[in-house]
Design a protein around this ligand. Sequence first.
Ligand code: SF4
Ligand code: SF4
Length: 91
Amino acid sequence: MKGSGSASKLPEAVISEDEFNRLEVIPDYCKDCGICIAFCPTHILESRGGTVIVTDIAGCTGCGQCELRCPDFAITVTAKKRRTKKVKKQV
Ligand code: SF4
Ligand code: SF4
C-alpha cells in the first residue's frame, strides 16, 4: 500500500463549453481578483460568489487571454474548433 491517510483530492473544475471552446474554472484556485474579467474582449466573464463564472460560452473567442493573465492558474481554455462567424463584442 502506498503512503498513509486519505488520498489528496484534486479541486473541482466548473466547466462551460460548446462545440468551439471549453473553459474550466477552478473556484478553489480563484481569488476573485477580476484580472480575467478585465481582459476578456467579449465580456463574458463575471465575478459571482467569490469566483469567476462564464456568462455566455457562445461569446468566447478562445483567445486565451483569461488563462494567460490569471496569476493563479484558475482558468483553462481549450479552443476546440474555429468559429467561422464573428463573435459580437458584448457591452
Ligand atoms: S478565451 Fe478569450 S473570449 Fe474566451 S473567456 Fe477567455 S478571454 Fe474571454
Ligand atoms: S484572473 Fe484568475 S484568480 Fe483572478 S478572477 Fe480570474 S480566474 Fe480568478
